[in-house]
Write a protein that binds this ligand. Structure first.
Ligand SMILES: [Zn+2]
Length: 282
């Protein structure tokens, strides 16, 4: 009996040991499975995060370095001009140049072959555009020349006083033909009279050419017919003002004057009086 009992105990021990082993193995298998699953989930998350961060990188690249839009450059003959460059300073009887205005602050000399008058200075920023325009007219067989560009205060004063004499002392009437000193665009160097300061200019091929092409170089007919109520100046076919290529086209498309354009755009009439001295052109 004793030996039987011993055998039974031994059997039980073996059975228990086997049970324990199975249990340990089962625990081990479960633990391993859990680890594998956890790792798999972790890998998936990491991959997801990586994807997300790469998406973020792309979008942050897109937002932090937006494509820089440079000025609109246009080719005019051999010259490359900046179509966005503008000079919108308003000068008229209502907006005279301020008393401390630096007359002739940004001038350059016009070579003799481009002008047929006594005066030969122009705003340095607009000269590349005017030169390109005059040369383009020549190419088309049109003898366009600069007659009267920049005028000093003293020259404008002399011209105005002569006109007042001609009008029998009527300053108001004189001012519709010759601007008072300090109220003329010629005092800024941003405009010019071409070939002649005379109503005869309207009948010339130069005038016809300017009407068709001046806007491509940034110039507008500054004092159009029937606009004296707005500009305060009579019709002057010979007087052309630089505003900028894109601005000139817009003004012509809208069929308005510079006074109306500045109002329409909500610009300060003399806000940028010394701004935009030069454009990157060649
Ligand atoms: Zn003029």
């Amino acid at each position: 009996m004793n030996s039987n009992r011993k055998a039974a105990i031994k059997k039980r021990r073996i059975f228990l040991s086997l049970c324990a082993l199975v249990l340990v193995l089962a625990v081990a298998v479960i633990a391993l499975s859990v680890t594998v699953i956890m790792n798999a989930i972790k890998d998936k998350d990491t991959a997801k995060q990586n994807n997300l961060s790469s998406v973020n990188e792309v979008s942050s690249q897109e937002t932090s370095t937006p494509e820089k839009k440079g000025p609109e450059m246009v080719q005019r003959g051999e010259y490359t001009l900046n179509a966005d460059y503008s000079r919108l300073l308003l000068v008229n009887a209502e907006y005279p140049l301020p008393e401390d205005y630096k007359y002739g602050w940004n001038l350059t000399k016009i070579e003799a072959k481009y002008h047929n008058g006594q005066l030969d200075q122009i705003d340095a920023g607009i000269w590349p555009y005017m030169r390109a325009m005059v040369e383009a007219a020549w190419k088309d067989g049109v003898d366009l020349k600069v007659w009267s560009p920049y005028r000093s205060y003293a020259t404008q004063k002399m011209l105005f006083e002569n006109r007042v004499k001609k009008e029998g002392g009527d300053e108001v009437k004189a001012a519709t033909a010759v601007a008072r000193p300090g109220t003329s665009e010629h005092n800024t160097g941003l405009c010019a009279d071409f070939n002649m300061a005379s109503s005869k200019f309207e009948g010339t091929e130069m005038f016809k050419w300017m009407c068709e092409n001046a806007e491509d170089y940034g110039f507008i007919l500054r004092y159009p017919k029937d606009s004296i109520d707005i500009t305060g100046v009579m019709y002057e076919s010979w007087h052309w003002r630089f505003v900028g290529i894109n601005c000139a086209k817009e003004i012509n498309n809208l069929n308005i004057t510079l006074e109306e354009y500045i109002k329409l755009k909500g610009l300060e009439p003399q806000g940028g009086i010394y701004d935009n001295a030069t454009a990157d052109v060649n």
